[in-house]
Write a protein that binds this ligand. Structure first.
Ligand code: ADP
Ligand code: MG
Length: 527
């Protein structure tokens, strides 16, 4: 079995020891395909580049790492400018660059919606790199807070989105304030013709570097996703393990640090879990895999690299604790379950910031990834209790309790059977059957912007009331009562408002139901 070398790949791209150190600290194990393409070119050649790779494939580091190398230890003012379409991305990209720079350069983000004075103050102190949205950058240029005479690198990140948002003119105006002798780097998830046009006008014979799109193939694995905040992912994981009687699964994390943290927390909570990543020795790796194969442990936590070459396929679950880098890895990961005629489940946790990437994976793989609600603490405890009762019955059925009969008599001398059994259960299970041991997991509504109005072909004449309508829907689709809003019951039909995503679920669940030959539930027509 191959043993992945730590930082194999990154070390071969021509990066400095300091950069490798920062990469190690971030827990990246392997450069992504786009990083492999862009980093050496940016470090060794002088050309402009156009780079294309799917969302979530590490494009920030693909330009961030070489840009840091190129401008670190250079005197002067702003040496690199990164334009991004939104405030969120400005913050996100700036954070990523700062963490990759590890103190070697200073960087700051400028964007609309925050006091300009604060941003001016930060710029006055002098920075090496600025990440900004086009509107605010222009504003700061006009106020003479941004000057680019020392600019060496001009990066257009998420170029397709910037064009979609109508930033072309702003970008062109910003360019006019930059020196002729600079390199322009354009990064984008897609390459519409308008980008080629922009590139032709403003870039000097750019080299195009693109990562092939993956060909979609999905197995028969049941694929579901849960919406969970990053901070709730661990508790969500324990709920899933707890509710499955025979859980035997692989949990994928994006980084080595995540593998270590999740593994340590699971062990601390008493789960039979071990972790695998690129810095674990070959001997240890073999040991862990052996234990997993023999089911001494039933939870294996791994990075994509470490999971390569694992030949265990009869898993009940594959869990994407963090979304994979690209659609290809997603398919690779989930392919480890649902094989050999056995049913398997692939579960993906999606935090608000991963949402965009999920829909990308969904599109690229044409996979049907259903949204579900996490099992509630009372669901889990009910399952555990039922399992306990089964196990007790099994012991009774097999007569395998005779060693304990004397003790039972002794306990029953002073107590009634109910009391004695209850006390024993308490002793054996402590808080394991207590719903309050499961921390609350708050839901989130990604599409808080809006709801969909649904038309339902049943009304008062069918005995419907607002309460019955809600119950009627919730019998088919797991959705909390409070999300079904603004119910209007008329004589022949009714209306409800539900969040966008839930509306899709409801429409799907009721797609086969007809009333008078027409679909029972449809989107209401706009007034
Ligand atoms: P893109 O711009 O292509 O959509 P990002 O640069 O935002 O993607 O990266 C997505 C996530 O992947 C970030 O959390 C980033 O830290 C992480 N990432 C980037 N490169 C790697 C890598 N080589 N290994 C693991 N994670 C990575
Ligand atoms: Mg990006």
């Amino acid at each position: 079995m191959e043993q992945p070398q730590p930082l194999e790949g990154f070390a071969q791209l021509g990066l400095s020891e300091q950069a490798l150190e920062a990469i190690r600290a971030k827990g990246f194990e392997q450069p992504s395909p786009i990083q492999k393409l862009t980093i050496p070119v940016l470090l060794t050649q002088q050309c402009d580049i156009i780079a294309q790779a799917q969302t979530g494939t590490g494009k920030t580091a693909a330009f961030g790492l070489p840009v840091i190398e190129l401008i670190a230890d250079h005197p002067g003012g702003i040496k690199a400018l990164v334009l991004v379409p939104t405030r969120e991305l400005a913050l996100q990209v700036c954070d990523e660059i700062v963490s990759l720079a590890n103190g070697r350069i200073s960087a700051t983000a400028v964007y609309g919606g925050q006091s300009i004075a604060e941003q001016q103050r930060r710029l006055k102190k002098g920075v090496d790199l600025v990440v900004g949205t086009p509107g605010r950058v222009l504003d700061l240029i006009r106020r003479k807070d941004l000057k680019f005479e020392d600019l060496q690198l001009f990066v257009l990140d998420e170029a397709d989105e910037m064009l979609d948002m109508g930033f072309v003119e702003d970008i062109e105006q910003i360019m006019e304030h930059t020196p002729e002798a600079k390199r322009t780097l354009l990064f984008s998830a897609t390459m519409p013709a308008r980008i080629a046009k922009l590139a032709k006008r403003y870039m000097k014979s750019p080299e195009t570097l693109a990562v092939d799109k993956t060909k979609p193939t999905t197995g028969l694995t049941d694929q579901i996703y849960f919406e969970v905040r990053e901070s709730d992912k661990f508790d969500a994981l324990t709920r899933i393990i707890d509710i499955e009687p025979e859980f035997y699964g692989l949990v994928f994390c994006r980084t080595r640090n995540d593998v270590d943290t999740v593994t340590a927390r699971l062990i601390e909570r008493g789960y039979a879990a071990e972790g695998l990543h690129g810095e674990i020795t070959q001997a240890q790796r073999e040991k862990t895999l052996n234990k997993f194969r023999k089911k001494y442990i039933n939870v294996l936590i791994a990075t994509d690299v470490a999971a390569r070459g694992i030949d265990i396929v009869d898993l009940t679950h594959v869990i994407n604790y963090g979304l994979p880098q690209d659609a290809e890895s997603y398919i690779h990961r989930i392919g480890r379950t649902g094989r050999a005629g056995k049913e398997g489940t692939a579960i993906t946790f999606v935090s608000p910031s991963e949402y965009r990437r999920l829909s990308f994976v969904q599109k690229a793989t044409k996979a049907n990834i259903r949204k579900e609600l996490l099992p509630s603490p009372s669901d889990i405890v009910a399952v555990k209790r039922a399992r306990l009762v089964d196990e007790v019955q099994e012991i009774i059925g097999k007569n395998s309790y005779s060693d304990y009969l004397d003790m039972a008599d002794e306990l029953l001398v002073h107590n009634s059977p109910e009391v004695a059994i209850a006390a024993l259960l308490r002793l054996a299970f402590k808080s394991k059957l207590d719903v309050s041991t499961y921390p609350e997991i708050r839901g989130f509504n990604v599409d808080t912007k809006g709801t969909t109005r649904l038309f339902i072909g049943m009304g008062r004449k069918d005995g419907m009331t607002p309460k019955r309508i809600s119950e009627f829907i919730r019998k088919e689709v797991r959705i909390p009562d409070r999300k079904i809003d603004d119910i209007a019951v008329r004589e022949d039909f009714s209306f409800v408002s539900v969040p966008f995503a839930d509306a899709e679920d409801i429409l799907r669940a009721f797609s086969h139901r007809k009333a008078d030959g027409k679909p029972l539930i449809t989107k209401a027509k706009a007034k």
